[in-house]
Design a protein around this ligand. Structure first.
Ligand SMILES: [Zn+2]
Length: 380
């Protein structure tokens, strides 16, 4: 009799445990999607996502109109001025981070990271980033490998989405519970691949490394805290399907992929994404302890096959996927930084998951102890 009770109790507990775990993430994300803003701002109402994919597409076109954004060229210089002008329309402050890169026996190249800061009075910072340079060679093409690529997806798509996001978040500004950095990183795409450098001797993501080496110049580290770094790289091609990069913070991944799925974008944000390790701008930020996510695609074996080829042009951009990326990031900021529902992305000891698990374990131990004492008392 006692044995049967124990089996029933145990199976019920397992069932409850299973239900709690399976519902936890979904409940959390769905509940936080419901706006809690009682002032009734139209910008914060549910489904009022304002990201405009046509504007993002036009920003891509504008960058390509400058030509190839290869460091050392006038096209590169002119495009940097354009990005500065565009982002300055929407943010409180724009900073130019000028630096030079000179490799052995090579000439010196002027490069520039561009940082737009929105909501500078807040002390917690969310970084949205993309590289803006384009690759100087097309090593994966069959023809003209030594010529530069348009970089419509690889470079310009992330920049286009960020500039449009800046316009949108500016509309929310008074409700934002964080400072947002729009960071346009230079010198990302000139590294070594397929037997060729973009620029001789260069590493990948040089701009990001230069930025993190000097990051204390751009904020007050005593008073301000960088909460997370979200990288957009190749976010506008056909057949968009994001991967899970190995350095990605799990909570950030769950939050962003969960929101994408809730918006109906499960193809772009799959339940079980491909897991890959990629050297990109997020690496430098991860290495200084900032929680990161790299929103990028499988450019090695995925469906978008134009990586580092001359076909990385406007005809292989899909406006629908710019919308998917832009809306999901907008929903992320709206959910976690415009409704007083901030999360810590550092997977510390007292993460949400840890607290929920602790409560469950405590309840189970209490139930078993009470049951044990009761059966013991009945026996005696
Ligand atoms: Zn690239």
């Amino acid at each position: 009799m006692i044995k049967i009770n124990k089996v029933v109790l145990l199976s019920r507990c397992v069932l409850v445990l299973f239900l709690i775990f399976s519902l936890y993430d979904n409940l959390f994300i769905v509940s936080s999607l419901t706006p809690s803003d009682s002032n009734g701002s139209v910008y914060l109402q549910e489904n009022a996502l304002l990201f405009n994919e046509t504007a993002a597409y036009n920003h891509i076109e504008s960058q390509l109109d400058f030509g190839f954004r290869v460091p050392g060229t006038s096209d590169h210089f002119n495009c940097s001025k354009w990005i500065n002008d565009q982002i300055s329309i929407h943010v409180d402050e724009t900073i130019q981070h000028n630096f030079t890169i000179q490799k052995e026996n090579q000439s010196s190249y002027s490069c520039q990271n561009i940082l737009g800061k929105l909501n500078t009075e807040k002390d917690n910072i969310v970084i949205l980033a993309s590289h803006w340079d384009s690759r100087n060679v097309a090593e994966k093409d069959y023809f003209n490998q030594s010529l530069p690529i348009p970089g419509a997806n690889d470079g310009a798509s992330g920049v286009g989405v960020l500039i449009e996001l800046a316009r949108v978040l500016k509309l929310y500004q008074e409700y934002l519970d964080c400072e947002v950095w729009f960071l346009f990183l230079d010198a990302e795409d000139q590294g070594y691949s397929g037997g060729m450098y973009g620029l001789e001797g260069w590493n990948w993501a040089e701009g990001a490394m230069n930025f993190t080496e000097n990051i204390d110049d751009f904020y007050n580290s005593q008073q301000e805290e960088i909460e997370c770094f979200i990288l957009l790289d190749m976010v506008g091609g056909f057949d968009l399907e994001f991967i899970q990069e190995s350095r990605t913070n799990n909570d950030l991944h769950k939050a962003i992929f969960g929101l994408g799925q809730n918006l109906g974008y499960s193809v772009a944000f799959p339940e079980n994404p491909k897991k890959m390790s990629i050297t990109d701008d997020h690496v430098a930020f991860d290495e200084i302890g900032i929680p990161v996510i790299d929103l990028t695609i499988d450019f090695i074996a995925g469906n978008w096959t134009f990586h580092h080829t001359h076909s990385d042009n406007l005809s292989n951009i899909d406006t629908k996927n710019l919308k998917i990326t832009g809306q999901t990031i907008e929903a992320f900021i709206k959910t976690y930084y415009a409704e007083g529902d901030n999360l810590q992305w550092n997977e510390g000891f007292f993460s949400n998951t840890f607290i929920v698990m602790s409560v469950i374990v405590f309840v189970l131990v209490a139930v078993f102890t009470v049951n044990f004492l009761r059966t013991k008392r009945r026996k005696s």
